[in-house]
Design a protein around this ligand. Structure first.
Ligand code: GLA
Length: 350
């Protein structure tokens, strides 16, 4: 593992970039600010190693980043309607930062925090753990909650992300990683030619403000159907309200036969570079987000200004607005429980 100084926070604290390696030449850069994935270097079909994760070359651009490049989102990935929910009969009011709604943990989510670094001694696998203690009442959430996130690079070219959390009061939690992938290896190309297959027969339709209506709808016969491999761009312009609301895909897909076990749930591939990314998770859903709001994001890697659809996110998660939807799987964390999540992105070529 290489460690270097990447920058300084506004409080003058050191931000470190940790580079995890494996023997095949795969390298993943992660930093303690936002527990963020800064780069993912993986080979294409000719063995050329390139970065496939959107982000910035210079740390200072992460301080003002509005699009959540590579970070851990928390406490709650995606939206909670009107920033309100009740737990045990008590109403909680969260920060609202997306119109009238709460998005990605509020005004200053976990992506804008400096995390504690817990280095591991192992010489067999390269890993690093980041921890963040979120105080009771932060952004309106109850309970002192501690989240630990471990990034591991394996010899099978996997980036494995393990999450663990505890709380001292009943709370809600739904962390995710917000990496934008572009498997081409050049950030001047769009991801709309990438092919995606997902083990998701259903999705959660939203209103125009991207809040789920509560319905769990079939994807069959709609542009939301990725059960068979399909290019991201194939149906994205179809005359379909859901796609119009979000100006592309920005939806929670519901995996088949959810039982909390780690399963292969999605495969993303780029026909030109030959890169393939398989996604395994124990979560019930994933937010497929086709970078619809990226247009004009400046200071990208190699001085690029990112455009709409330069990257695609596959954010493993519980469903948006679950605290207000009784029919969605629970996101409640109790003081005597431990939250756990594992998500694996596995890279290969074809
Ligand atoms: C998620 C949301 C999007 C957007 C992006 C970040 O995917 O659902 O609406 O906020 O994050 O820009």
């Amino acid at each position: 593992m290489n460690i270097k100084l990447f920058g300084k926070t506004k409080n003058d604290d050191a931000v470190l970039l940790f580079e995890l390696h494996n023997k095949n030449g795969m390298r993943v850069g992660v930093m303690n600010y936002g527990a963020t994935v800064v780069k993912i270097m993986v080979p294409d079909k000719n063995g050329k190693i390139q970065d496939i994760a959107l982000g910035y070359d210079y740390f200072d651009d992460y301080l003002n980043d509005p699009v959540y490049f590579g970070c851990i989102v928390g406490r709650y990935g995606n939206r909670i309607a009107k920033g309100r929910f009740s737990l045990n009969g008590k109403e909680y009011k969260l920060a609202t930062n997306n119109g009238e709604n709460h998005l990605h943990g509020g005004k200053e989510g976990f992506n804008k925090k400096l995390w504690e670094v817990i280095e591991s001694e192992s010489v067999i696998i390269e890993s690093i753990t980041f921890a963040y203690n979120s105080p009771d009442g932060e952004e309106g959430y109850p309970g002192n909650m501690r989240l630990e996130v471990t990034y591991i690079v394996t010899e099978d070219n996997e980036l494995r992300i393990d999450y663990r959390a505890t709380t001292d009061k009943l709370t809600v939690l739904n962390p995710t990683n917000h990496t934008y992938f572009n498997l081409t290896g050049s950030f001047d190309k769009s991801v709309l030619n990438h092919k995606l297959q997902m083990d998701a027969g259903k999705f959660t339709p939203t209103d125009a403000g991207s809040i789920p209506t509560g319905e769990i709808a079939d994807v069959a016969g709609t542009p939301m159907d990725f059960q068979k491999e399909k290019a991201l761009g194939e149906d994205i312009k179809k005359d379909f309200d859901q796609l119009k609301y979000a100006d592309g895909y920005d939806h929670n897909f519901v995996f088949n036969n959810f039982d909390g076990q780690i399963k292969k749930r999605a495969t993303l591939s780029d026909p030109d570079s030959g890169r393939v990314m398989e996604m395994f998770t124990d979560q019930p859903g994933v937010q497929l987000y086709t970078g619809n709001f990226l247009e004009g994001t400046k200071n990208g890697k190699g001085e690029i200004t990112y455009k709409k659809h330069t990257g695609v996110c596959l954010e493993t998660q519980h469903f948006p607005d679950s605290p207000n939807k009784e029919n969605f799987p629970s996101v409640i964390l109790k003081p005597d429980e431990e939250y756990r999540q594992t998500t694996i992105y596995k890279f290969s070529v074809k």
